[in-house]
Structures are given as C-alpha cells and as structure tokens.
Design a protein around this ligand. Structure first.
Ligand code: NAD
Length: 495
C-alpha cells in the first residue's frame, strides 16, 4: 500500500492557518482499513462567519486586479498542481478510496481546468448596445458576484473543486470553500499551494466541517453565489436556505445515467463503455451509467460479456496498480448499497453478477462491494429510479428507439447519458431527444475543460466547465448614458 503524506489540516482564513477548537474535530477515516487518517476542524458558525468576512474584505482589492494578473496567479497554481499531481493523487486515493489511476487522471485534469479558465480571465467583457434613440450610449459590464461559497462532495474533491474554483477566480470572485468532511484532505493541501502561488490572503479561504458549517455558509447574505455539488436532498435544503437571503445557487446533484446500446452498436467498444460507465470509480460518480438499456436482439450477448468481465474485476487496494475497483467511500455507504441490492433481489430483478460484499477475507475491514449486475429490471423499480452511488448496474431491454428514449427519460434525473450506434441519424436524433445535460455518443465518462457540464430536473441547475461556467460567477450591469442635451419631462419614464 502506498502511503500518502497527510497535510496540515488546519483551516485557511485570511491567509492564516486556524488551529482546531478543542472538542470540535472530525475524524477522517480510511475507506480501505477504517483507520483514522487525520482530524479536521468542525467549524463553528462564528468561524465560518470570519471566513466570509475575510473573503468579503479581500474582494475589495481583488475585484480591481486585472484579468491578466488573475490569469498569472492561476497559471502559477496550475504549474504547482502539476508538480504535486502524484502526491495529490495518492492523498485523494487514501482519503476517498478511489483508484490511483483514476485520481492521477483527475489531478491532471484539474490542472487543465485551471489553465483553461486562466486563459479566459482576461477575456471577460460586456457589449455596447445600440438603442432605439441615436443620442444614447449603452453598454454592459460583466462584474464578479463577490464572495462565492463552494461546497463539494467526497467522491472527487479535487475535480469538483476545480470545476468551481477555476471559473470563480477567473471571474474575479473571492471564495470560501468547504470540502466534504468525509474526504477533505486534498482541499486542505491546496491551502499550502495557493499560498505558494501568491494569491493574496483572503482570496481563497478553506473551512472544514459538517452541517453547521454548511448551514452557516448558505444562509449568509454577504454571499454572491453558492455552488454546490452533492446529494439531491442537501441541494434542495441549500436552495431553500439560500432563498431566504436571496443568494443564487448552482446545483450539481445526482444522476441515474442511461447507457443505451442499439442493435447496430460496435459491441467491442460498447461493452467496455458500459463497464466504464458503472464500474469505474466503483460507480461512485454522479455521471455513472447505472442503467444499461440494451436492444433485445443483442441483449443476451451484451449481458453475457459484461457479466463475464464484472466477475473478473480485481477488487482491492486502490493504490495497487493491478486493482480495477477499490472500496466505496465508507462502511455506511457500503451498507446502504448492500441494502439496495437486497431490495432489488426481492423486486423481481435477476442477478447476473456479484450481489454482495466480496468473500475474500483480506478485504473484510474495507468498504468493498462486488461489481453487481441485475437484469430484467423494471423501469419503474427502485433500482432503476434511485441513485445507488455504487457498482450496481440495472439492465433493461427495449425494442425500438422510441421505447429506449422513453425509458431513458423516465427518471427524475437528467445529468448524463450515453448511446452506442453506428447510425449517424439515429445518434443525433436520440441525442436530441434525451433529457440530460450531457449525451455521449460511442463513448462514456469523457470530460473536457471546454465542454459545459450540468444537469436538468432533479440533477440540478447551472453549468460548470466550458465558458458557460464563468456566467455563474458574473453578473451583468447595464450602463446607459443620454448623449443629448434634451431637458426631459420629469413625470414620464424615458424609453
Ligand atoms: P452530501 O449532499 O451529503 O454532501 C455534500 C456537501 O454538502 C458536503 O460538503 C457536506 O458537508 C455538505 N452539507 C451537508 N449538509 C449541508 C447543509 N445542510 N448545508 C450546506 N452544506 C451541507 O453529498 P455527498 O454524499 O458528499 O456526495 C454524493 C452525492 O453527490 C451523490 O448524490 C452524487 O451524485 C452527487 N454528486 C454530483 C456531482 C455532479 O457534478 N452533478 C458530482 C459528484 C457527486
């Protein structure tokens, strides 16, 4: 097992590291062994308030820095993150149990994100707008929203944070970050790295904690934007809380992705695509292709091929290069997944692979679940409707394109979906008709800094990545000047 170096776990507020208050700490556990990796602070409301005050005061100067200067600092941060990528990947694997090959790719992908948005930082501008009246001058300014609160989930802390922090900094916002208490370590490591990059104190603040800290961050009128990645339930609680102080919210929530395999698909590519959709990262991604919709004429072949692969997936230590699937993030999460598997067994679905915790005694202490495939899953059953957030695939067959689209769209979610076909018209027709923020054609789980990402329906609203992400952290001001020397009628609006 490769050991990770545990960083300084103190919070970062106004450029200072804040010591944990006695009695207010949270233990961060290894998903592999259950041992305590570190203790982090459980921030109290007052500490969160201090972090917001620090971000608010830093904004006064930060808002006047040029885009070029913000870009320079972001490129420096990207260089440092690139230098530290291997260590960060090891730390994230130790913290959330994901494979080192996955966290290594994510560490490098975050660098790409910071560079992409650094490139955008000096290209943020409004328009001049010709009005009906000749003697006018109208223009818009794109201004940063001020303090942005960035709250992330445990499953991909580095990447989820980069999705938010990079556009927020490029837009000219200052931030208060709160990672998940389950996997906060790479975010705390970032505290050292932003200091090395030279960001002014208070531009980037990091607090840790659970619900109290989260509530304090999302009920404060000093905040200009909340960007949240996590569960639907918490997302809705945040949207309700933020409504009271009229703070706008970006929500990246769950998913129940449909991976659709048509009868003309190249199965040699589709089969690994289906496996990647559900068993990569142990299925713990919001974009997991957790539903396989397969045309009835190729269903038997596809099910037999994926089941064969699922049975041979090597489960174990996520830092071992031979491992293909690590543990899920916690014992609580494992037990939740196992209970959903038990429910599916009594719900008429047929088990084709897996179906429990691995029998191998060496894995007993960890939060492991076997790669599991259920066939004959009714589209309205719990397994087909609820996010499992684990390595459990629900397979349903279809007989026409229309039926595939109806089943794919028949959940409350709308985050990501995939389709496999060699028919170009069908590919784009189905892509058009799927209700989802992302549709992959003949690929799955493909992310790019340039490509906007986000959900519809219960998967949330707002977009991350792509130039669209900047808009979440900007607001438009309109400036109108009357160029004429007219004396106006004071009792009628001018239009
Ligand atoms: P979660 O909702 O339990 O927690 C997410 C964050 O919210 C954590 O930092 C947590 O401390 C904080 N939080 C908890 N209660 C809060 C409150 N009342 N107010 C403010 N903050 C609060 O989610 P999780 O279990 O960490 O993550 C798993 C979920 O995240 C899954 O549903 C998954 O689909 C979703 N997810 C979505 C995306 C996406 O981009 N759409 C990406 C990854 C994960």
């Amino acid at each position: 097992m490769v050991k990770a170096t545990i960083p300084d776990t103190r919070m970062l507020v106004g450029g200072e590291r804040i010591a944990h208050e006695p009695g207010r700490t949270i233990a961060v556990l290894s998903p592999l062994t259950g041992e305590v990796l570190a203790e982090v602070a459980d921030a109290a409301t007052e500490q969160v308030s201090n972090a917001l005050a620090s971000a608010e005061s830093a904004f006064e100067a930060w808002r006047t820095t040029s885009g070029a200067e913000r870009a320079r600092l972001m490129h420096r941060l990207a260089d440092i993150l690139e230098r530290e990528a291997d260590d960060l990947a090891r730390l994230e694997s130790a913290d959330n149990g994901k494979l080192l090959r996955e966290t290594s790719t994510q560490a490098r992908f975050t660098v790409r994100n910071y560079r992409f948005f650094a490139g955008a930082a000096d290209k943020i501008y409004g328009h001049t707008i010709p009005l009906d009246a000749w003697e006018t001058f109208d223009y818009t300014r794109k201004e940063p929203v001020g303090v942005a609160v960035l709250i992330t989930a445990w499953n991909s802390p580095m990447q989820l944070l980069a999705n938010k922090l990079a556009p927020a900094l490029a837009a000219g916002c200052t931030v208060v970050i709160k990672p998940s208490e389950i996997a906060p370590l790479t975010t705390l490591r970032l505290a050292d790295l932003v200091e090395e990059a030279g960001f002014p104190p208070g531009v980037i603040n990091i607090v840790t904690g659970g619900k109290e800290a989260g509530v304090a961050l999302t009920t404060d009128p000093r905040v200009g934007r909340i960007s949240f990645t996590g569960s639907v339930e918490t997302g809705k609680a945040i949207a309700r809380a933020a409504a009271d102080v009229l703070v706008p919210v970006t929500l990246e929530l769950g998913g129940k992705g449909a991976n659709i395999v048509f009868e003309d698909a190249d199965l040699d590519r589709a089969v690994p695509g289906v496996i990647a959709g559900i068993f990569a990262a142990g299925g713990q991604t919001c974009i997991a292709g957790s539903r396989l919709l397969v045309h009835e004429t190729v269903a038997e072949t596809v099910i037999s091929r994926i089941s064969e692969i699922a049975r041979q997936i090597r489960i174990g230590d996520p830092t071992d290069p031979d491992t293909q699937m690590g543990p899920v993030a916690s014992i609580v999460q494992r037990d939740r997944i196992l209970s959903m598997i038990a429910d599916a067994k009594t719900d008429g679905a047929q088990l084709a692979a897996g179906g429990g915790a691995p029998k191998d005694g060496t894995l007993a202490g960890g939060a492991f679940v076997e790669p599991t495939i259920f066939t004959n899953v009714a589209p309205d059953s719990r397994l087909a409707q609820e996010e499992v957030f684990g390595p459990v695939l629900a397979v349903t067959t279809f007989s026409s394109d229309e039926e595939a689209v109806t089943i794919a769209n028949g959940t409350d979610f709308g985050l990501a979906s995939g389709l496999w076909t060699q028919n170009v018209q069908r590919a784009h027709r189905v892509a058009r008709d799927l209700i989802a923020g992302t549709v992959w054609i003949n690929t799955y789980r493909y992310s790019a800094a340039q490509a906007p990402f986000g959900g519809v329906k219960q998967s949330g609203y707002g977009r991350e990545r792509g130039l669209e992400a900047l808009d979440e952290y900007l607001r438009t001001k309109n400036v109108l000047m009357d160029l004429s020397d007219d004396i106006r009628d004071p009792f009628a609006i001018k239009a």
